[in-house]
Design a protein around this ligand. Structure first.
Ligand SMILES: Cc1cc2nc3c(=O)[nH]c(=O)nc-3n(C[C@H](O)[C@H](O)[C@H](O)COP(=O)(O)O)c2cc1C
Ligand SMILES: Nc1ncnc2c1ncn2[C@@H]1O[C@H](COP(=O)(O)OP(=O)(O)O)[C@@H](O)[C@H]1O
Length: 298
């Protein structure tokens, strides 16, 4: 399938507007050549190996592969990314990947790097590809507002709570998945129950704050008021968390998976001086989300 194919190659965390542009170029090239279109990526983010401590992923690897598969390519090729594989020199890297079955076209971003210590450049890709009949297209990064669309830019927006701008670059709501765990059992007394998600720190790209969102539970979407971060009122006993109040839901969902799609930043997390004030504020946020966030439609 790889032989002669038109391929887009990248990590593609977020599968954002820029990634989609690159993949569309590979699909266009495939149509023109009468060849299959492939997205080539790794089974995990290379930074899981090299920068695990500061990694904030926009997607789990599974969601990334599923999203890539829905972009219009004929197939997604997921290459196991191991320390051994990463240690290959740029030429060894290309030889291993494409030596036996050489794509007809390889579409990458102009800043594409590969091989040991990310030493391989587009220039080396051209040198390797030329004699082997592999056309290399290094595309300028798609820009919005004259700034390239990158996963780093989207992570920065999310960290600052700028969800709508991040969503525009992602072309879909930023989303998180988690399993509902037991919390401190106080939501019950406050009059709003909250499903607590334990989200690995590497998956918590979104900054602390209170958000309007949608959440899908048991296949059904709900509007949701979501608190992200350590609740400052209970900072001593509570850990960093994602707490989701599902609007119009009643029932027990401990142990169940939830997917949260973020729509809008509402306010920073606050330290309240009384439970009454906390209750009134959160109930106000819940009313706002119920009345102002449109129904889920993605
Ligand atoms: C929409 C929403 C907003 C919240 N905002 C705050 C806040 O600003 N400050 C705070 O200390 N806790 C905030 N919380 C967290 C509540 O304090 C938390 O849900 C409560 O402590 C219940 O925790 P439990 O589910 O572990 O029992 C918020 C919760 C929700 C659902
Ligand atoms: N509308 C709702 N939104 C979120 N969770 C709900 C809702 N209704 C019932 N639940 C259930 O209640 C649990 C949360 O109850 P709560 O007393 O706030 O928390 P905990 O004991 O987990 O701290 C959730 O995990 C879920 O099983």
């Amino acid at each position: 399938m790889l032989e002669g194919a038109s391929c887009a190659f990248g990590v593609f965390d977020g599968v954002h507007e820029g990634h989609q542009y690159l993949i569309a170029k590979a699909v266009e090239g495939a149509l023109a050549a009468g060849a299959p279109a492939l997205a080539i990526t790794f089974d995990r983010d290379p930074d899981e190996l090299f920068a695990a401590g500061r990694l904030k992923k926009l997607m789990t690897n599974q969601v990334r592969l599923e999203t890539l598969a829905a972009t219009g390519v004929d197939a997604v090729l997921s290459i196991p990314f191991t320390a051994d594989f990463a240690a290959n020199s740029p030429d060894e890297f290309l030889e291993l990947l494409f030596g036996r079955h050489t794509p007809g076209q390889l579409h990458v971003g102009a800043d594409f790097r590969f091989g040991a210590k990310a030493q391989g450049t587009v220039e080396q890709l051209l040198q390797w590809g030329g004699p082997r009949g592999m056309e290399v297209a290094a595309h300028e990064l798609l820009a919005e507002g004259a700034v390239p669309v990158t996963a780093t830019r989207i992570r920065r927006l999310l960290e600052e709570g700028r969800v709508q701008e991040a969503n525009a670059l992602l072309t879909r709501p930023y989303s998180l998945q988690g399993t509902v765990v037991e919390g401190r059992g106080e939501g019950r007394e406050f009059g709003f129950r909250t499903a607590n998600l334990q989200v690995p720190v590497q998956m918590l790209a979104i900054g602390p704050g209170v958000y309007g969102a949608w959440a899908t539970v048991e296949g059904r979407p709900y509007r949701a008021a979501v608190a992200v971060g350590v609740p400052p009122t209970f900072a001593e006993e509570a850990a960093a968390n994602v707490e989701v109040h599902l609007i119009g839901f009643e029932g027990d969902i401990y142990g169940q998976p939830i997917s949260v799609q973020f729509a809008e930043w509402l306010r920073p997390m606050r330290k309240f001086s009384s439970v009454e004030e906390l209750k009134a504020t959160v109930l106000g946020n819940i009313a706002y989300v119920r009345d102002e966030i449109p129904p889920f439609s993605f």
